[in-house]
Write a protein that binds this ligand. Sequence first.
Ligand code: FES
Length: 122
Amino acid sequence: VNSSAPDGFVQVQGLVPAQVEDGQLYAAALPNGTRLCVGRHDGTWFATKDSCPHSEFPLSEGTLYPNGELECSWHGARFHCLSGAVLRGPAEDPLVRFDVQVIDGALWVKRVAGVTASGGGR
Ligand code: FES
């Protein structure tokens, strides 16, 4: 374990940052098994839960457009990959996002504390 990790960050499993290409989506996971959708848009890393807020389809199987819009390939909901904001329904809740840091060639993330959307259910 890399002790230089910043407070609260955990190392992402199953993804080598050096192999990530801008504009692509990747599936990865946290040590506790939580699945992540990770990517880079215009050089900026992002990570979200790999689960669409609409009906839990894996976002890593969706599409990342050059303008930063991330589309779920089940019902076509769109989010901004960096802000997590909903740009198009049927999803109503924003993405569950993580802050990302790349340290010594490894990827670390920390859940972004913020508004916990509730009431959407499954
Ligand atoms: S599960 Fe993603 S749009 Fe429905």
